[in-house]
Design a protein around this ligand. Structure first.
Ligand code: ZN
Length: 147
């Protein structure tokens, strides 16, 4: 794991050690389970909508530092967003992680994952929570995997 030291920036470590919005969500009306077999990360995303907006979002599960920090930062990023806004943030986040020459989109704290681009296997860790979130929004109680 020592080659990943550079990835473990302060923000990622902080969210791994003290994940935000972690645990059950009262009144959740959408949820999905995600699994990344390459790393063993498991995440459950729980959402409660108020009309078109995400009123609250929590996650549960156990994963590596990157998957946990990504889920934690994601919950902060999408709370209060509409479905369309969630898609917009996801597509910019995904582009940052996978594009050869990503735009310098302002992703706020999510930008701490830019270094993950150098480690393709870790991209699945960083995007697991997002894929699971989209599954939860589209189809309550579905299961997704990164494979
Ligand atoms: Zn992982």
């Amino acid at each position: 794991m020592s080659d990943l030291t550079d990835l473990y920036q302060e923000v990622i470590l902080d969210h791994y050690k003290r994940p935000r919005n972690h645990g059950p969500l009262e009144g959740a009306d959408h949820e999905a389970d995600g699994y990344n077999p390459l790393c063993g990360d498991r995440v459950k995303i729980l959402l409660r909508f108020d009309g078109e907006r995400v009123a609250d979002v929590h996650f549960e599960g156990v994963g590596c530092a990157i998957s946990t920090a990504s889920a934690s930062l994601m919950t902060e990023a999408v709370k209060g967003c509409t479905r369309e806004e969630v898609e917009e943030i996801f597509s910019r986040f995904h582009e940052m992680l996978t594009s050869e020459a990503p735009d310098d989109a302002d992703l706020g704290k999510l930008q701490v994952f830019a270094g993950v681009r150098e480690y393709p296997v870790r991209v699945k860790c960083a995007t697991l929570a997002w894929h699971t979130l989209r599954a939860a929004i589209d189809e309550p109680a579905s299961k997704v995997t990164t494979e």
